[in-house]
Design a protein around this ligand. Structure first.
Ligand code: C5P
Length: 314
């Protein structure tokens, strides 16, 4: 049995709107998700024992049941007990390049890579839609991590409608290493503050997401119009994260003042990104940002928007 080397790209949210509360206690969302070429690398191989062993070069990544990649192996073992018993344990080696707890779906991408890797290694024969159903059991962002590219995500975030891929744009990403934000906290705070504005009629949810499907941001994406896209970036979670973490609000302001096409927080944060029309522009903005904010806790990256979800390393 051979081992597999997989690439798991990060995502940013070009758009995140909270529509209301679902009966399963999750929020109904409309998002526009976008892969970027900042990616974790994973190797999956037989462990030669009955154990699932996770190794990672980042000290903050949990190595057992709190790790979504570990949970992905457990899920496949539960779904295919006979095949799993034949093959035995698995080693997962994660080369972590995506910042952790950053709103970039790094953990979800690792879980998606394990699903793809085990499907190949154990010859499960699962189709992409079947992998997505399994992925949704692990987390709302896992189905998108599997396919990647540019997509409208609705429901909890697991229902995907692909739209034309954006690849000719770049981003600067910045994050304070000493700030991490728990996603459940962000959604809970939003509900506490804005729950009274949610529609009570859950049958009206599709009408809300339809507005985005035919709205100006999707039109901008179809036209590959970076200027229009940059002006229409949106994230409802900024409304609860910024008052609680003023440094993140200030970071957005500074990045926005430095230029680019538009600046927004990704997911539940705390990563903030600026969309740029070229790699040179992104690199220059990154350098200017690190000079402007002279804080050793601030880390910054550049990346290109990407059409790829989980794929094998070549
Ligand atoms: O699906 P995932 O496990 O990534 O979600 C993490 C948490 O974020 C959930 O437990 C929930 O508190 C919140 N969430 C939500 N509505 C969504 C997605 C996530 O309330 N659509």
């Amino acid at each position: 049995m051979r081992s597999y080397h997989l690439i798991a790209p990060a995502k940013i949210n070009l758009y995140l709107e909270i529509i209301g509360m679902r009966s399963d206690n999750y929020h109904e969302l409309v998002m526009i998700m976008q892969s970027i070429d900042l990616a974790d690398h994973l190797e999956i191989r037989p462990s030669g024992t009955e154990e699932i062993r996770v190794y990672c070069n980042h000290p903050e990544v949990p190595l057992t049941k709190d790790n979504l990649a570990y949970q992905a192996v457990r899920l496949i073992q539960a779904e295919f007990p006979q095949i799993a018993a034949n093959y035995g344990g698995v080693d997962i080696i994660i080369d972590k390049r995506i910042p952790v707890a950053a709103g970039l779906a790094g953990g979800s991408g690792n879980a998606a890579a394990v699903l793809v890797g085990l499907n190949l290694m154990w010859e499960l024969g699962l189709t992409q839609p079947e992998l997505q159903v399994l992925g949704a059991k692990l987390g709302s962002d896992v189905p998108f991590s599997l396919t990647g590219g540019t997509a409208i995500a609705t429901g909890r975030g697991e229902k995907l409608d692909p739209i034309p891929d954006l690849t000719n744009l770049y981003v600067v990403l910045a994050k304070y290493n000493n700030i991490s934000i728990a996603t459940p906290w962000a959604y809970r705070s939003y509900r506490q503050e804005y729950g009274h504005t949610y529609p009570t009629d859950i049958d009206s949810f599709p009408t809300h997401s339809q507005r985005v499907h035919s709205g100006p941001l999707v039109q901008g994406i179809v036209a590959q119009d970076g200027v229009k896209i940059g002006k229409l970036l949106h994230n409802d979670l900024e409304k609860v994260v910024f008052p609680e973490y003023p440094e993140v609000a200030q970071l957005k302001q500074i990045m926005s003042n430095l230029g680019g096409l538009g600046t927004m927080m990704s997911g539940s944060g705390p990563t903030v990104f600026t969309l740029c029309s070229s790699l040179e522009e992104a690199e220059t903005l990154k350098e200017q940002l690190l000079i402007r904010v002279d804080d050793p806790n601030l880390a910054a990256w550049t990346a290109r928007l990407s059409a790829s979800g989980i794929h094998l390393a070549t």
